[in-house]
Design a binder for this molecule. Structure first.
Ligand SMILES: *Cc1c(COP(=O)(O)O)cnc(C)c1O
Length: 383
């Protein structure tokens, strides 16, 4: 399948969506699919959440866009919720995950000039994913993304994930920041060890290095904590959010801690569309729902249930099941692509960010019955 005249860089699923409801997509032929991809970890509340739709419609009737030069009540309300439930401070809006990381990188560079004698280096981790713009892709420490882009953006250093000794070697007086995903989702669902994360945070603090968590995929309840860093008992200096933040509309954000809120001054940040009121209206409803205690508890329960059921399949093709909450990776002993295809035929949408890893990121509102059905299909295809 291909779309005429549009984007030859993607291999399309053999499915033409007609509509979506909850965790299910119906195609143009009326066939239903359980969606374990959810718009690439975007549709946290599934399709057609009535409250999100209502909020969008409500703001549409007032205005769609005025630019960030004007008061934005939706943006203010969302920022208030975001800082209250994370680590305080200031919110800068943009539109995509990559952009949020770009802002975080620029922020760290200015901080380095003001507060650390011109420190500029950014340490990131092998197998990370931070987005598709040039600096964000340079931060993305995977050679396959760098191949055709050289020269890359200068000042990036790569460390081994879950290896504090290597981080120690890569940090010096010129290091401004470390950027880490608590779980490398695109990199194959690699979970940061609890001890590593704690020691990394302490080491960064001792070396006066900003700790930036990229929670674009792990944030907003995905792992069963509102933000994954909270599960580690650490406090980052900066956090980037995106994907589901706008309830399916483009919206991303950078949150900086209270003590950093005066680093950026007038003119240091700019965006034409960032913080769009319609996207923020959706974000307000979404955030209210995903930050609820009952919602987070249900994500932990369903995530544990899903992982347990997958382990019980006991297929020789499954090497490992790993993840947290409703971000689950199945590492296979062979290529995942053919299984993704056969699952689709049976009405299940899967995805493999790495050749031998299937990643499950269903909507947080998926039901236990839908999980059962999905696991049944996975067990059939991996027989
Ligand atoms: C998806 C993702 C990004 C990039 O987001 P875009 O909206 O595609 O730019 C960055 N970091 C992480 C961890 C992601 O999962």
């Amino acid at each position: 399948m291909a779309i005429k005249g549009m984007d030859n860089t993607v291999k399309l699923y053999q499915l033409k969506p007609d509509s979506g409801h909850g965790a299910v997509i119906t195609d143009v032929n009326g066939k239903k699919y359980i969606d374990m991809l959810a718009g690439v970890a975007v549709n946290l509340l599934g399709y057609n959440d009535a409250a999100v739709n209502k909020a969008i419609n409500g703001q549409l009737k007032r205005y769609i866009h005025t630019s960030r030069l004007f008061y934005n009540h939706q943006g203010e309300k969302l920022a208030k919720q975001l800082v209250a439930k994370s680590f305080g401070g200031m919110v800068y809006y943009v539109n995509t995950g990559a952009e949020a990381n770009e802002v975080a990188i620029k922020f760290a560079r200015k901080w380095g000039i003001l507060k650390k004698k011109g420190a500029y280096k950014i340490v990131t981790f092998k197998n990370s994913f931070h987005g598709r713009t040039i600096a964000a892709l340079t931060a993305t420490a995977q050679e396959k993304f760098h191949k055709y882009l050289k020269p890359l953006s200068p000042g990036f250093v790569y460390a081994k994930f879950n290896d504090l000794d290597d981080v120690r070697k890569k940090i010096d007086a010129k290091t401004a920041a470390v950027i880490i995903e608590p779980i490398q989702a695109e990199g194959g669902v690699n979970v940061a060890d609890a001890e590593f994360m704690k020691q990394l945070a302490a080491f960064c603090a001792s070396k006066k290095v900003l700790l930036i968590v990229d929670e674009i995929q792990t944030g907003l309840g995905r792992t069963g904590n509102l933000f994954a860093y909270q599960g580690y008992g650490i406090k980052p200096d900066v956090m980037t959010l995106g994907k589901g933040l706008g309830g399916g509309l483009p919206l991303s954000a950078v949150i900086v801690s209270k003590k950093l809120k005066d680093i950026f001054a007038i003119g240091d940040h700019g965006t034409t569309m960032g913080g769009n009121p319609v996207a923020c209206a959706a974000g307000n409803v979404l955030f209210g729902k995903v930050s609820g205690k009952a919602m987070l508890k249900s994500v932990r329960e369903k995530g544990a249930y899903l992982a347990k059921k997958l382990i019980e399949i006991k297929s020789p093709k499954i090497k490992e099941v790993r993840g947290a909450g409703l971000l689950v990776g199945i590492e296979l002993t062979e290529e995942a692509a053919p299984y993704v295809e056969s699952a689709l035929k049976k009405g299940l949408i899967l995805n493999s960010p790495k050749p031998n890893v299937i990643r499950l990121v269903p909507p947080l509102i998926i039901s236990k019955a839908q999980i059962d059905k999905a696991v049944q299909i996975i067990s059939e295809i991996l027989k």
